[in-house]
Design a protein around this ligand. Structure first.
Ligand code: SAH
Ligand code: SF4
Length: 359
C-alpha cells in the first residue's frame, strides 16, 4: 500500500492523510522516497541563512508565543543597527551568503524606515553579496514594496493554519490577528516579486492530522517557494500552556514534523524547505534528521550570544548560550554526517521560484 501511494504522480488528500498516519516501518519508506526526490531535484546541498533575531519586541499576542505582548516575565531587547551589521559581517566572512532577519511584529512608519535603511546598509556593506530573507510579520503592501526595493528578496510569513477556525484558536480574534489579513499579506508578497515562504507549527493544541493534510494542500495550491515548519513547543508564559497535557508527546510532534517535511518534499520537489530550529529543541540532531528526509535550508543563529536567551518563542531553544562560531562548527560536522554538503557562498534560491519567473 505505502509504495503504491509513494509511486503516484499526484497525492490527493487521502494519500496525504495515509502518509501522516504511517507506522514506523512505512515511515521509513516515506523518508527514503523523500530523500530520493530531494537528491534528484534540489540535490544534496544545504544552504545557510544566518539568522539574526534582532528584537523580541512585539505588538501581537499569539497564544503560543513566548514573546507575545502580554508576557511581562522577561526583558525586551532591540539590537542597534551596528550590532545587526556586525552579525551580517560575520555571515559574509563565514561565506553564509544569505541572512534571515527576524523580530517580533511592529507596524509603524518608524519601523518601516528603520528596516529600509538597515537593508540598504547591509547591501552596501556586502556589495550586494548577501541574499536577504526577512520575517517581520504582517505589513502593508507599501512597506513590503519599500523593503523589496531596499534589497530584501525573500519573505517568511507562516500561515500558522490554513483554516480560519483553527487559526482563531491559536490567536486572539481581533483586528491585529486576522486570518484573512495573513492570506492577503502572502498574496501581496507574491505580487511584489518576493520568494514567498510560509508554513505551520506541527502538533499545536486543537490541531488534527486532517488540519495538517489541509495545510500541506494549501502550501501546494498557493504554490509556495519556500517552507519553514516545525514542532509546536509549549511555553509556560502563554495561554496555550494550559493545554500541555493534551498534546502529542514531544517525540511524536518531532516524528510528525519529519513526516510533514518528507511529504512536502514529495509533493513540491523543487522548493526550499528549512530544517526548523524548533526540531533541535526536541532532538539534538533534529535539524540534521530533517535534512535526511527532504529539508535543504539551515538557519544558523548568529544573533549575538547575550541576547539569545531573550528571544524565547518556546522552551528549551537550542544553542541560546553559545556564540555564533560555536554553532557553526558543530553544525558543519553534523551536516556532513547527514550526507549533505554546504553550499558556502551560494544564495541557494528556490528552484521553483526561478522556474516561475523564467516563464
Ligand atoms: N513575528 C514574526 C516572526 C517571529 S515568530 C511572525 O510571527 O511571523 C516566527 C515563528 O515562530 C512563528 O511564525 C511561529 O510559527 C513560531 N513560533 C512561535 N511560538 C512558537 C512555539 N511556541 N513553538 C513553535 N514555534 C513557535
Ligand atoms: Fe509576535 Fe510573531 Fe510571536 Fe506572534 S509569533 S507573538 S507576531 S513574535
Amino acid at each position: 500500500m505505502i509504495n503504491e501511494i509513494l509511486n503516484k504522480a499526484y497525492l490527493d488528500r487521502n494519500d496525504i492523510l495515509f502518509l501522516l498516519n504511517t507506522d514506523k516501518e512505512d515511515a521509513a519508506e516515506l523518508y527514503k522516497k523523500a530523500a530520493d526526490v530531494k537528491l534528484s531535484t534540489v540535490g544534496n546541498r544545504v544552504y545557510f541563512r544566518g539568522l539574526i533575531e534582532f528584537s523580541n519586541i512585539c505588538d501581537k499576542d499569539c497564544f503560543y508565543c513566548g514573546i507575545r505582548k502580554s508576557n511581562k516575565n522577561f526583558s525586551r531587547y532591540n539590537l542597534t543597527d551596528e550590532q545587526i551589521l556586525e552579525a551580517a559581517e560575520f555571515a559574509l566572512k563565514e561565506n553564509y551568503a544569505s541572512l534571515a532577519i527576524q523580530s517580533g511584529e511592529l507596524r509603524s512608519p518608524a519601523f518601516t524606515l528603520r528596516i529600509e535603511k538597515l537593508l540598504q546598509k547591509i547591501n552596501k556593506m556586502s556589495g550586494g553579496k548577501l541574499g536577504i530573507t526577512i520575517s517581520l510579520g504582517e505589513q502593508d503592501k507599501e512597506t513590503y514594496q519599500r523593503w523589496f526595493d531596499a534589497g530584501a528578496h525573500r519573505y517568511l510569513l507562516r500561515i500558522e493554519s490554513s483554516k480560519s477556525d483553527l487559526y482563531y484558536k491559536l490567536h486572539p480574534h481581533n483586528n491585529l490577528h486576522k486570518h484573512s489579513d495573513r492570506l492577503s499579506c502572502l498574496n501581496d508578497l507574491r505580487e511584489l516579486g518576493y520568494q514567498v515562504g510560509t508554513g505551520v507549527m506541527i502538533g499545536a493544541p486543537y490541531q488534527s492530522l486532517d488540519n495538517l493534510a489541509d495545510d500541506l494542500i494549501f502550501l501546494r495550491d498557493f504554490d509556495i517557494d519556500m517552507c519553514g515548519m516545525g514542532p509546536y513547543i509549549e511555553h509556560e508564559d502563554t495561554p496555550l500552556y494550559s493545554h500541555r497535557n493534551e498534546l502529542l508527546t514531544k517525540r511524536e510532534r518531532f516524528v510528525l514534523s519529519l513526516k510533514m517535511i518528507a511529504i512536502l518534499r514529495i509533493i513540491m520537489p523543487d522548493i526550499n524547505i528549512a530544517a526548523a530550529t524548533a526540531l533541535q529543541a526536541i532532538d539534538p540532531i533534529g535539524r540534521e534528521k530533517a535534512l535526511k528526509v527532504g529539508a535543504n535550508i539551515m538557519m544558523p543563529n548568529i544573533t549575538p550570544g547575550m541576547y539569545r536567551n531573550d528571544y524565547s518563542l518556546y522552551e528549551e531553544k537550542p544553542c541560546t548560550d553559545e556564540e555564533a562560531s560555536d554553532c557553526k562548527n558543530c553544525m558543519e560536522m553534523r551536516i556532513q554526517m547527514a550526507g549533505d554538503t554546504i553550499g558556502y557562498g551560494e544564495w541557494g534560491d528556490s528552484l521553483r521560484f526561478r522556474k516561475r519567473i523564467a516563464k
